[in-house]
Design a binder for this molecule. Structure first.
Ligand code: NAG
Ligand code: NAG
Ligand code: NAG
Ligand code: NAG
Ligand code: NAG
Ligand code: NAG
Ligand code: NAG
Ligand code: NAG
Ligand code: NAG
Ligand code: NAG
Ligand code: NAG
Length: 858
């Protein structure tokens, strides 16, 4: 009966597959009723428990601990700003000898186990010494595991590891932590453990590369490697289905190549019908969103939509693909081939036809494929590819995917442990010191490496703290491709399929590598002026004596072609007085370099604090902020597309020899919302301390995220202190939070730069801080746009100038006179689009101000 209902159109399917599907169907429907038979358990290790930010209750761990050895409960010294919740991360249970937790479980049930690790500084323990193994129910989950190294390689502050354990006969689950004996002072630790009973979602699996061979994995153990909501948003644990509290990530970072298809979403009236599938398999949001190849069928025939994942070698993986056809209502309309690691998983003569599989629109299903990944260069990857089937002659040449999960299958030794990832050489080179935040200075305070070293040092800190909102790759992270820009282009193309020259023809100059070598004295280290997302930055002189800054991609990293393309493509189209201009590029001899105008006076930050440079006057600071606001405003509105900078901070505001502020570093920039969407969804990027909390929560990027960061910049200019200073009392650590608090309290003046005492006009300060506070509004929608910000800052400057004039204490130290500034704006070339209109608007405003404040005229 099922077969009739399920497979009205499935003539093309092999009998074996039909049978297999119905087996899966039975096992799933059976387990629906078993679901939620026992409550999920969440244990906060080393603490007395409590509620996390989601309101979930975490129990103390003492009663589960069955050990004779010594254990210690400790509180982390430092709360990383990316920790969104104190429980369970801020407390840890530390084991110096083997120790076991014993959890009551129901026999014959499958369990999901999650471990939470926050490798921070704990009093009297050096986290670098922590190597340990974890076993559960006779299975090795981790071995010689270093949470610190793993987090460092992933550039994230904390780590979640998830396993599904096969049903057992036991009424207890023993989880044993064993510190490594190979290291002195080694210890094990854990911050939180979750235990959730789940329906057994595993069964028969097609083995890729072996025709007609199936594998029954229903009684195996797995580690979750990846879980992605393809073409959709991040789904937090609270929105998962079946009470399994899983996180589903966006798949953008895993798309390989430039052809990345298009996002698509089910029409509102399409109902997702779970009748063939357990609700636990995936939440509705996964099935309502998908990625397609595109609208141009001829183009679709020419490429594979490709995802790439790094995994541990010598394991078999189960690749689960979730499908739900919500657009077409007949079989043989959308039929496509699926390849995994270049082998056919589901391709002609048995291609994927979702409608034929499910027999209806809005009916979700999934398929499991087993693939073994062996050791060998470049082999530690899983590559999923899709292209339209041609043999079946479908109506539309397109493919569709809604979700991906990748599970690692335990090997024959009951082992799931891989080796620790290796932080990329770039990361090691740039930060041969450990992240400062982990290094105790005194018992309870930490230093973030100050911006003393200028761009380089500041960037290192920022990069190490670089957003790692959640674990992106839970398991295997392969050394040679781990990336300096961890959340974005970790799988940048290795070949030189890119052709940047086509992007920039006629827009920028192409340099040969010998010209670049000459300019930078063969990349002499003494010429290094910074380290950026793309690689090292060198000072250089090209012929004619023009000083330039050369960004060189790290040749050993094989990284960055994507970033390179982004920067070249983006920058060459952008010309603006307040943006750092690209002079040219070099793609030659295996090198990729970008050549920029040299900014003689360095970063805005180095003129604000932690440096011996003379203090900037208030008016100078205002003018720099105004310049930067102009640059950002142009990015948001002036170019053809909205461009969101994504990493606005004082080290990305550079100053030329005339003190003109220029916004730099578009390595992270993405083209902003199209006409309809209003936001782009993406993995969170940016720098701690500047990061828009809304972006953080929802992973939706709008230009208002830049406005938030700019608000932080404004306070940094006023207060001349780092945006994050963990050595201060808790409420003062984050400048944004502290400034808002002081603003509420009316004590902002107390925290502003002492060098500005008595020099700021009250009305000007009021205007300035009001603007900054509005920029920091929690909701993007409440924040002003950059045009408004610019207007208000101009206003504040007028207030300051008129007060200076009236008070007789005219500041003559203005680096670049505003008049000349305005003039050169007007002279700017016509490609500046709306920026010019804006300036005209502002000039009119200036006239009004002039009449108000300078009755004698200017
Ligand atoms: C922690 O141990 C590492 C390596 O054993 C060492 O380099 C580092 O200095 C130690 N840190 C502290 C604070 O003792
Ligand atoms: C768990 O450990 C206890 C002792 O702590 C032992 O009695 C029990 O047999 C173990 N259970 C399993 C399934 O290993
Ligand atoms: C989670 O679900 C709630 C209620 O359905 C919804 O309002 C919220 O937007 C969802 N959150 C995310 C991040 O999808
Ligand atoms: C994988 O197995 C091969 C052969 O047994 C071994 O030489 C290699 O070191 C293993 N690789 C890893 C990463 O364990
Ligand atoms: C699959 O093919 C691509 C491109 O031809 C190649 O780079 C890659 O190494 C192949 N992967 C495997 C697992 O054979
Ligand atoms: C897609 O990938 C598969 C497997 O790597 C390959 O055989 C096929 O030729 C590719 N198709 C296109 C259009 O590139
Ligand atoms: C343990 O891990 C560290 C760091 O990845 C590695 O250097 C070391 O060789 C490993 N030790 C063993 C015994 O595998
Ligand atoms: C830090 O340790 C010193 C002595 O080593 C002690 O006097 C001081 O009170 C401690 N500070 C804190 C915040 O615990
Ligand atoms: C890049 O392409 C050129 C020719 O187009 C070729 O000579 C060169 O070997 C390629 N480099 C790499 C790293 O593939
Ligand atoms: C790159 O673009 C240039 C100019 O359009 C073209 O001449 C060249 O053949 C292209 N190279 C490749 C490898 O596509
Ligand atoms: C707010 O002001 C009151 C009185 O002026 C002061 O006692 C308190 O410490 C202030 N709080 C903050 C957070 O500045």
């Amino acid at each position: 009966m099922f077969l009739r209902v399920l497979f009205p159109f499935s003539n093309t399917l092999k009998n074996r597959q039909r049978l297999l599907l119905s087996v899966v169907w039975f096992s799933l429907s059976f387990h629906v009723f078993v679901l939620v038979s026992s409550k999920p358990l969440a244990v906060a290790c080393g603490s007395s428990g409590g509620k996390d930010e989601d309101g979930r209750n975490w129990e103390p761990d003492q009663k589960f601990l069955k050990t004779s050895g010594s254990t210690t409960q400790l509180q982390a010294d430092y709360q990383d700003p990316s920790l969104l919740t104190i429980i369970p991360y801020m407390n840890a249970r530390i084991f110096t000898s083997p120790a076991t937790y014993r959890f009551p479980i129901k026999s014959k049930e499958q369990y999901l186990v999650r471990f939470h690790f926050y490798p921070s500084a704990y009093p009297n323990f050096n986290i670098s010494n922590s190597f340990f193994s974890v076993t559960a129910g006779g299975l090795t989950l981790m071995n010689n595991f270093s949470a610190e190294i793993t987090c460092k390689a992933l550039t994230q502050a904390y780590l979640v590891r998830e396993y599904s354990l096969a049903p057992s006969d036991s009424e207890f689950l023993n989880v044993t932590f064993t510190p490594s004996t190979k290291y002195t002072n080694s210890f094990a630790f854990v911050n939180g453990i979750e235990l959730i009973s789940m329906p057994n979602l595993f069964g028969e699996t097609t083995v890729v590369g072996y025709d007609s061979s199936d594998l029954d994995v229903s009684s195996e153990n797995f580690q979750t490697m990846f879980r992605l909501n393809v073409g959709g948003q991040f789904i937090p644990p609270s929105n998962d289905s079946g009470g399994l509290l899983r996180s589903w990530y966006n798949d953008d970072p895993y798309i390989f190549g430039s052809a990345n298809g298009i996002h698509t979403e089910a029409n509102k009236h399409v109902r997702i019908n779970y009748e063939q599938l357990s609700r636990s398999s995936a939440p509705e949001d996964v099935y309502r969103t998908a990625r397609e190849m595109g609208l141009d069928c001829d183009l679709n025939l020419k490429f594979n939509l490709t995802w790439l994942f790094q995994v541990d070698a010598n394991f078999t993986y189960i690749v689960r693909l979730h499908f739900c056809e919500f657009k077409y209502d007949m079989a043989n309309q959308r039929v496509f081939n699926i390849y995994i690691n270049n082998q056919s998983a589901q391709s002609d003569p048995t291609p994927a036809d979702i409608f034929a599989w499910t027999g209806g629109m809005g009916i979700p299903t999934y398929r499991d494929y087993a693939i073994s990944v062996n050791d060998g260069t470049g082999d530690e990857m899983i590559r999923i590819q899709m292209s339209p089937s041609t043999e079946s002659k479908p109506q539309y040449y397109d493919s569709l995917l809604n979700g991906i999960e990748i599970f690692k299958l335990n090997d024959e030794n009951k082992n799931l442990a891989g080796s620790n990832p290796q932080p990329s050489s770039m990361l090691l080179e740039a930060g041969n010191e450990p992240p400062k935040s982990f290094e105790p200075k005194s018992n309870h305070s930490f230093v973030i490496a100050g911006a003393a070293g200028g761009v380089a040092a500041a960037f290192v800190v920022v990069a190490l703290a670089f957003l790692a909102y959640r674990e992106r790759k839970r398991g295997g992270f392969d050394s040679h491709t781990s990336s300096w820009l961890p959340l974005g282009n970790s799988h940048a193309t290795k070949s030189n399929s890119s052709n940047a020259s086509a992007l920039v023809q006629g827009l920028s100059r192409r340099f040969s590598i010998s010209e670049i070598r000459q300019a930078t004295r063969n990349f002499d280290d003494s010429n290094v002026i910074g380290v950026g997302g793309f690689g090292k930055v060198y000072k250089g002189v090209i012929e004619g004596g023009t000083k330039v800054a050369v960004k060189r991609s790290n040749p050993s990293s094989e990284q960055g072609i994507n970033e390179f393309e982004t920067e070249v493509g983006m920058l060459s189209k952008l010309r603006h007085k307040h943006l750092v201009s690209l002079i040219g590029f070099c793609e030659d001899g295996g090198e990729m370099c970008l050549v920029y105008d040299y900014m003689a006076l360095g970063t805005f930050r180095e003129h604000l604090y932690n440096n011996k440079k003379p203090h900037l006057s208030w008016k100078q600071r205002l003018e720099i902020c105004i310049g930067a606001a102009r640059g950002l405003h142009y990015l948001h509105t002036g170019a053809k597309y909205t461009i969101i900078h994504r990493d606005v901070k004082t080290t990305n505001i550079l100053l030329d020899e005339k003190w003109v502020a220029k916004v730099s570093d578009f390595g992270l920039s993405k083209t902003g919302p199209g006409m309809s969407q209003g936001h782009i969804s993406t993995m969170v990027k940016g720098s701690f301390g500047y990061l828009d909390p809304e972006y953080f929560r929802r992973q939706q990027l709008t230009e208002k995220s830049d406005v938030y960061s700019f608000g932080v910049v404004l306070f940094e200019a006023l207060c001349a202190r780092p945006v994050l200073n963990p050595s201060l009392p808790k409420e003062q650590v984050s400048l944004a939070d502290w400034a808002l608090l002081c603003h509420k309290n009316g004590t902002l003046e107390d925290i502003s730069d002492p060098h500005l005492k008595g020099k700021i006009d009250q009305a000007c300060l009021q205007k300035f801080t009001d603007t900054a506070v509005k920029c920091l509004s929690d909701q993007g929608i409440e924040r002003p746009n950059m045009g408004d910000v610019l207007w208000n800052l101009e206003f504040a400057l007028q207030l300051q100038e008129s007060s200076d004039t009236a008070g007789g204490s005219i500041e003559r130290d203005t680096p670049a006179s505003r008049d000349s500034d305005e003039r050169s704006q007007r002279q700017g070339n016509s490609s500046q689009g709306s920026d010019i209109e804006l300036n005209e608007e502002l000039n009119n405003q200036d006239d009004i101000f002039s009449q108000l404040f300078h009755p004698q005229g200017r």
